[in-house]
Write a protein that binds this ligand. Structure first.
Ligand SMILES: [Zn+2]
Length: 272
């Protein structure tokens, strides 16, 4: 069984270098930040870009917050996502991965409605084939999107569901309290998530080990096999068709050299 492996790559050295790196790592897919990850500011983006990959993803900056109680951040987040979707469409991206957002004390329900209204507005304003892919979170602080119920609320209430996808991050699942160590616990986790949402929305996995323990709500990615999910956990995960048939993108720590190879090879080794 061949996996569709990918990595989060940096584009600071230019897109040709990024593509070179994707080839060097023998990737099937990859993702990169749609703009500066620590701000909502746009960088100079090429209008035309030939990316010789059928499936690749953008990732939204962390500051984007579609649940923000602050008008300025809320409207800027919507605007940034609109611009990124349009750019994603221009360059042929499969979708843009976005964290649902944090309610910052305004309350869970209000936060979820804000996300829903933001998505409704964005979907009605721009018509793109580039999908909005919502990623599950660790659920730290006031972060939304750590439970399948949050996803169910958003998807069930959206009028046009055809533009939405889901990304599950293994580290975030685990730190949010969904065990991924044994075949039984993985089955339980998947059964639970997909009793709330249809598997057809699932577009990719972010494949990271977790430094934080089960239910710690700590969002700290670590190398495959070196965290709390562990080698055995990933071996078990890879035995599930639902997992290994999706694009698996690593977002593991970048060391000066060789860390992406190490993590990708670990996954290749654990599947056989
Ligand atoms: Zn992730």
């Amino acid at each position: 069984m061949s996996l569709c492996l990918g990595a989060h790559l940096f584009i600071s050295k230019g897109f040709s270098k990024t593509i070179e790196e994707a080839y060097r790592l023998e990737l099937c897919t990859f993702q990169f930040f749609s703009r500066n990850p620590r701000s909502l500011r746009n960088f100079k983006r090429p209008e035309k870009l030939e990316i010789p990959f059928k499936v690749f993803f953008l990732h939204s900056p962390y500051l984007l917050n579609l649940a923000s109680p602050e008008d300025y951040i809320y409207s800027n987040s919507k605007q940034a996502l609109i611009e990124d979707l349009l750019w994603g469409d221009l360059i042929g991206a499969t979708g843009i991965v976005v964290h649902p957002g944090s309610h910052k004390g305004s309350g869970r329900k209000i936060g979820l409605y804000k996300i829903l209204y933001a998505l409704e507005e964005i979907i009605s304003k721009v018509d793109t084939t580039c999908k909005i892919i919502i990623e599950n979170t660790s659920g730290s602080g006031t972060e939304l999107g750590s439970s399948p119920e949050d996803f169910e609320f958003i998807i069930d209430n959206l009028q046009d569901k055809s533009r939405i996808g889901i990304c599950l991050d293994t580290c975030h699942l685990f730190s949010a309290g969904f065990d991924l160590r044994t075949k039984e616990s993985i089955k339980e986790t998947f059964d639970r998530w997909f009793s709330f949402i249809d598997t057809s929305y699932l577009m990719l996995f972010h494949t990271n080990d977790s430094r934080g323990s089960l239910g710690s709500h700590l969002d700290r990615h670590i190398h495959i096999g070196e965290g709390e999910i562990g080698e055995e956990g990933f071996r078990n995960l890879l035995s599930f068709e639902l997992f290994r048939s999706k694009p698996l993108i690593i977002e593991t720590p970048k060391e000066p050299t060789g860390s992406d190879e190490k993590n990708l090879n670990k996954l290749r080794e654990l599947v056989s």
